[in-house]
Ligand binder design. Structure first.
Ligand code: FAD
Length: 510
């Protein structure tokens, strides 16, 4: 199996069938699906792979139970299929996750309704365990008693509790390593990856009728390259409207941003199950609390966002309100601002500008079919879980436009489990990762996106770890500072210590 190579000059001398812009989960799965069809792809990422939205998810691979509520069966089936795909191909990174929702007999949240929903969930996903390892098979869910609910979730509010719904989904605790493993697999089957290479403009034929390639600046060597290919896919998530500016026209429907965030806390997990909880007040929102790495990890806070795509982050007041909601939903929890470990924030597309109502589906634009350049495609997306499926759909559209060009896909190769091991805190393991992955350009690429060391905080990063890089002392200091600053920046305003005794309940903020 090949290692990941980063070589911009060589990359510029190669021929490609497709250029993919954006190295988040969407760009990476597009590259993977290109490779499965025998296509040579160039994957351009302006920062590091998976650095932005894809780093900040709630780390759930959704099976789509919630889509049964609206009887959106196509979406339900798609989610089940994709969850199985992840469980099958990356069993060391994606695991079954039991989930519990306390039921208080209001609206649809009644044991009788959920009994039917969970039965449907089981009956409508007959192939969900096909080809999975035994310990990755998802059992049928059901309703558990009040007593059993308390056993699973000791802090559950028993006032009016009628029992709980119990079902199984999947999680990816080290989503950044999963992203890198997907990239490694794509590289093994023909992708040329270039991180720190930002597309500055699209190149079209005279008259703008067809796409011919892209102009991109390599931030490391300062050179501008022209890469050519007959197909260019813009999968830049929150940046996707900027990338097509001047060529595809502004397509608002691709991505009207809203801010979403999750918070991990320096407090022990409440259960070994994920918990779906909600305050008992009108208009309250459903929250999900998972036991990520033994901590409380909760999401999603969600607000409108009218600023640009770079570094979105909720304000301190928004986090306070969110913690108040959590405390309201779980009496006795009493989380404080000082308990915050990390805030994971990103942008998600909504139905309307300035709203926080999420779109239901991806938007795929074939610009050539809409008076734009032939060969240019853009995607606006909504879920990590369904990224691969969306990539498959895009390749389906490309295949229709270019009969004979896209052969049927070949089998997914077995991915190597040892490139990005989860147990990676030793210097020796980090050395091994560094030796195999030449897309590690900066120190934080290694520490934050190819290891789990960042979870321990900036103080856990030893200066000695920079010794493996061929840098002079001043570069080492710069890289260490940048890495530690990035880790700090995951906590807004750096620290909430000043509000240590500030116990939060929702009514204080509403
Ligand atoms: C708080 C939160 C929680 C979530 N939880 C879940 C969850 O539990 N499960 C789930 O399935 N989904 C979840 N999601 C959704 C999921 O994270 C996103 O749908 C997904 O990560 C989007 O991936 P992407 O590749 O489109 O975007 P990104 O990861 O943002 O990637 C786009 C990339 O394009 C690059 N780029 C931009 N401009 C250029 C340029 N000019 N040249 C080169 N590169 C460029 C950027 O640097 C970036 O890396 C969550 C999202 C958020 C925000």
């Amino acid at each position: 199996m090949t290692n990941i190579i980063r070589h911009p000059d060589k990359a510029a001398s190669k021929d490609y069938d497709v250029i993919i812009i954006g190295g988040g989960i969407y760009g990476i799965t597009l590259a993977l699906e290109a490779g499965l069809r025998g296509k040579r792809s160039l994957l351009l990422e302006k920062g590091d792979f998976g650095e932005y939205t894809s780093f900040n998810s709630l780390k759930i691979i959704h099976g789509g139970l919630r889509y049964l509520q609206s009887l959106d069966l196509p979406r339900f089936r798609e989610s089940v299929k994709e969850r199985s795909w992840f469980l099958k191909h990356f069993p060391h990174q994606v695991h079954p996750m039991p989930c519990l929702m306390p039921l208080y007999g209001k609206g649809l949240k009644r044991p009788a309704v959920f009994r039917v929903a969970l039965l449907l969930n089981h009956l409508l996903s007959p192939g969900r365990n096909d080809g999975l390892d035994d310990d990755h098979k998802l059992p049928i869910g059901g309703i558990v008693s009040v007593k059993e609910s308390q056993k699973i979730f000791p802090l559950v509010d028993t006032n009016g509790l009628q029992g709980s719904a119990l079902w199984y989904d999947a999680c990816m605790p080290d989503s950044q390593l999963l992203v890198m493993e997907l990239l490694k697999t794509a590289c093994d089957i023909g992708t040329t990856p270039l991180n720190y290479c930002a597309v500055q403009s699209l190149i079209t034929s005279q008259g703008g009728t067809a796409i011919e390639g892209v102009r991109a600046l390599d931030n490391e060597n300062g050179k501008t390259y022209e890469f050519t290919a007959p197909i260019v896919i813009n999968s830049t998530g929150p940046w996707c409207r900027t990338v097509i500016d001047g060529v595809g026209g502004d397509r608002e429907e691709l991505f009207r941003p809203s801010l979403a965030w999750n918070v991990s806390f320096n407090r022990p997990a409440l259960s070994d199950h994920a918990l779906a909880v909600q305050e008992n007040t009108p208009g309250s929102r459903a929250l999900f609390v998972t036991p990520w790495k033994g901590r409380i990890f909760a999401g999603c806070g969600h607000e409108p966002w009218l600023k640009g795509p770079d570094r979105p982050m909720p304000t301190k007041d928004q986090i306070k309100f969110f913690i108040g909601e959590l405390n309201g939903a779980i009496p006795g929890l009493d989380l404080n601002m000082s308990d915050v470990h990390r805030v994971f924030a990103g942008l998600l597309p909504t139905v309307q500008s300035g709203s926080n109502v999420l779109t239901k589906r991806e938007v795929i634009i074939n610009h050539g079919a809409e008076q734009g350049p032939q060969g240019l495609y853009s995607v606006g997306d909504i879920k990590f879980t369904t990224a691969r499926l969306v990539a498959e759909k895009i390749w389906g559209i490309i295949g229709k436009n270019n009969p004979g060009m896209v052969p049927p896909d070949t089998a997914m190769p077995v991915c190597s489990k040892d490139t990005y091991p989860q147990d990676n805190a030793t210097e020796e393991t980090l050395q091994t990762i560094f030796a195999k992955d030449k897309s590690i350009v900066h120190f934080d690429d290694l520490i934050i996106r190819r290891s789990t060391l960042w979870e321990k905080g900036p103080d856990a990063i030893s200066d000695d770890l920079t010794e493996m890089f061929d840098w002079d002392d001043s570069r080492k200091i710069k890289e260490l500072d940048k890495c530690r600053a990035t880790m700090q920046a995951l906590v807004p305003e750096n620290s909430f210590a000043a509000t240590k005794n500030d116990s939060l309940r929702r009514e204080e903020h509403s």
